[in-house]
Ligand binder design. Structure first.
Ligand code: HSE
Length: 349
């Protein structure tokens, strides 16, 4: 049995949900997974920070009010986010990074990952920014410092995609993928099929916690573009940056377009795709596509995501599941921790 000391960086919905899971399930994990998690630090730009080297009360953390500087209410807590101290000096073995995605330069999350890896700490993250923009550098840092760097939650939250494709489908001769990779825009399209106006549907997605801080990142396709870059680079060994992916979102689609599609036995879906050409080059795009109702991705409704991997040996392999959500994304962090635990355990055998 291994007890990992964990520091949480960013304490919005995802890491708060992880704290709640730890409060409820640590004993179960001890038996089922051979590991337990002890939270030794938390930092958040809005809520402040706290370090407790002997372990903090996960249930108390999970119920902290979402008020500015709220960590100052707890003994030993601060109203300021002491990010560097929590990452480097809390005694953590693992840093769970779940701050907001910055699609421009990946900051400050990338700096948080760098600090952690340079200090010899494992990093698990759900953040698309560092992975889409700085994955090579961060992977090299992790290797050099002999620690794990895991990021399953960057695409489709806890639904297995990256490890499934890289590990379980290794050798399947993957040549491309196409997917519904944004819960908000798929939810909006589904609600529009019931006659709701675009703006109202976006507002509902915000209320349900699916949308990014700026929902135009969802409906204009930029969120999917980050995920296409991540999947193409991870699965097809592409070297794409975001400007290599053409990008068009769903904001120009009208209720009339949706109605015409229905009359034709089809549905509009926002599709992120990449494929390898015969000469080895990669085509990648984000665009609304009109799919016939019989298409495997046409029946994916609401905030559910799905991706179809095109493989040489198996044909198309499709996985669908939640692509967003607090507990769903916290599960991605747990799956990363289980993965690094298995790697550490087999290295010790
Ligand atoms: N805003 C994103 C979505 C969250 O709607 O899918 C997960 O990346």
């Amino acid at each position: 049995m291994t007890e990992y000391k964990l520091a949480l960086v960013g304490f919005g919905g995802v890491n708060r949900a992880l704290a709640q899971l730890i409060a409820e399930r640590n004993q179960q994990w001890k038996t089922e997974l051979g590991l337990t998690l002890k939270i030794v630090g938390v930092t958040d730009l809005f809520l402040g920070s706290i370090i407790g080297r002997d372990g903090l009360d996960a249930a108390q953390l999970a119920s902290l009010p979402a008020a500015k500087g709220a960590f100052a209410q707890l003994p030993g807590g601060h109203a300021e986010a002491l990010n560097e101290a929590v990452i480097k000096e809390s005694g953590a073995d693992i840093i769970a990074e779940a701050t907001f995605t910055n699609p421009v330069d990946g900051e400050p999350a990338t700096t948080f990952c760098r600090w952690a890896l340079e200090a010899g700490k494992h990093v698990v993250t759900t953040n698309k920014g560092p992975i889409a923009l700085h994955a090579d550098e961060l992977k090299t840092l992790a290797r050099r410092n002999n620690v794990a760097f895991e990021y399953e939650g960057a695409v489709m939250s806890g639904t297995p995609v990256i490890r499934l494709a890289k590990q379980t489908l290794a050798g399947s001769e993957m040549s491309g993928f196409e997917g519904i990779l944004n819960g908000t825009s798929n939810f909006v399209l589904t609600r529009m099929e019931s006659g709701l106006a675009f703006a109202e549907a976006v507002r509902e997605a915000q209320e349900l916690g699916y949308a990014e801080a700026d929902p135009s990142a969802d409906v204009d396709g930029y969120d999917v573009r980050l995920k296409v870059v991540i999947l193409a680079n991870e699965l097809l060994d592409a070297k794409l940056s975001i400007n290599d992916v053409s990008c068009r979102g769903i904001s120009a689609l009208t209720l009339a377009d949706i109605d015409h599609a229905r009359a034709d036995g089809a549905r509009w879906k926002l599709i992120g795709a990449a494929s390898r050409n015969a000469d080895g080059s990669i085509n990648a795009s984000v665009e609304p596509r009109l799919l016939p109702n019989a298409h495997p991705l046409a029946g994916i409704s609401g905030a559910i995501n799905a991706v179809s991997f095109n493989t040489g040996l198996l044909g198309a392999v499709t996985v669908s599941g939640p692509g967003a959500g607090r507990t769903e994304t916290a599960y991605a962090l747990l799956s990363d921790i289980i993965s690094l635990h298995n790697t550490v355990a087999s290295a010790q055998e």
